[in-house]
Design a protein around this ligand. Structure first.
Ligand SMILES: [Zn+2]
Length: 333
């Protein structure tokens, strides 16, 4: 492992990385440094500035559709075991492009800039060690990370069969907080579709709308939220596929006082139109970002063709259904 891979606060002062006392400023500095020194990344951000989008208002929230040709690799990523075994892991430190630099976080994670961004600031936070993508053991680290990134960035997790393009190497992603419709419309969504299940040191709320079926966990204390998450995780195992873990996506933010963790329980990896033949096919492969209301498609004809019915169909097929969410919530209280 080459130590010049890792930048520290003195390297990042001139890139607006703050005084080195917090990870959020350092990550911002890392991104500025990488834009200056890594052409592929700079190109990714340049492309992002000129993307076309469409907006679909649905049931008190909205979904943004982005035409993003650079996402072709991740939208069509093969994540079966044989493909994964045959490729060189792109999150292992020794395989990173020569220009790529990172920041250490608590000895076992490295903060990296995502060269194919879909947000104004977009990071991948990978474990140093090549270990499989799993949430349960890494959930406390996710809370630490969200708090360390302050209110500037949100952190998300895609399960190994729920959109992670490196199911063999544990990683989170982080982006400019508040960018996703599910964050922007959170209060409205809770008021209209939320059902409070627990309101103590942990606040647990189920949301069931025409697009989303999710659980929200909130607390200012890490212990109840870790306990609550473990309870959700274990209960989920009875209702969704569990190989190699219950299918889910997770979005975590910390606002300076408390954590908010959104759990998206899933039944499927991809909607049926993804596998359709010919003109019926649409390359839309949902992970946390898409479920949170920002969908990107790499093909222009998909961008033009896609309508609100496709979106509703996607949410209906890949997320847990309302009846199952009800059964699940009965187990949680
Ligand atoms: Zn790896």
């Amino acid at each position: 492992m080459s130590h010049s891979r890792f930048l520290n606060s003195s390297d990042l002062t001139k890139f607006d990385g703050g005084d080195g006392s917090n990870l959020a400023d350092l990550a911002h500095g890392l991104l500025n440094q990488q834009k200056e020194t890594w052409p592929v990344l700079r190109k990714g951000y340049d492309a992002l500035a000129s993307l076309r989008t469409r907006q679909f208002p649905i049931d008190g929230t909205h979904v943004v559709l982005q035409f993003n040709p650079a996402r072709i690799a991740s939208s069509t990523a093969k994540v079966d075991d044989a493909t994964i075994r045959a490729r060189k892991c792109f999150l292992c430190i020794d395989h990173l492009p020569p220009e790529q630099r990172g920041l250490m976080f608590e000895h076992d994670f490295v903060v990296l800039c995502n060269p194919f961004p879909i947000f104004p600031e977009h990071f991948t936070i990978a474990r140093i060690q090549h270990t499989p993508q799993r949430i349960l053991a890494n959930f406390p680290a996710m809370l630490d990370l969200a708090r360390a990134l302050r209110s500037r960035y949100s952190v998300f997790y895609n399960g190994p069969k729920c959109g992670a393009s490196a199911p063999d190497h544990m990683h989170f992603q982080a982006y400019t907080r508040g960018q996703l419709p599910v964050e922007k419309n959170y209060d409205k969504m809770i008021a209209a579709h939320g059902k409070r299940l627990i309101d103590s040191d942990l606040r647990l709320t189920a949301v069931s709308s025409s697009i989303l079926r999710i659980l929200s966990l909130e607390s200012s204390d890490p212990e109840p939220i870790v306990r609550g998450f473990e309870h959700v995780y274990r209960s989920l195992g009875q209702f969704v596929p569990t190989d190699p873990e219950p299918m889910l996506n997770v979005l975590t933010t910390h606002d300076g006082e408390k954590w908010r963790v959104l759990v998206f329980p899933r039944l499927k990896h991809r909607p049926s139109f993804y596998f359709a033949e010919g003109d019926e096919r649409i390359l839309l492969s949902p992970a946390t970002v898409e479920l949170g209301g920002e969908c990107s498609v790499p093909l222009e004809h998909d961008f033009n063709k896609l309508d609100v019915h496709h979106l509703l169909q996607m949410y209906q097929e890949v997320l847990i259904d309302p009846e199952t969410l009800d059964e699940l919530t009965q187990q949680l209280v």
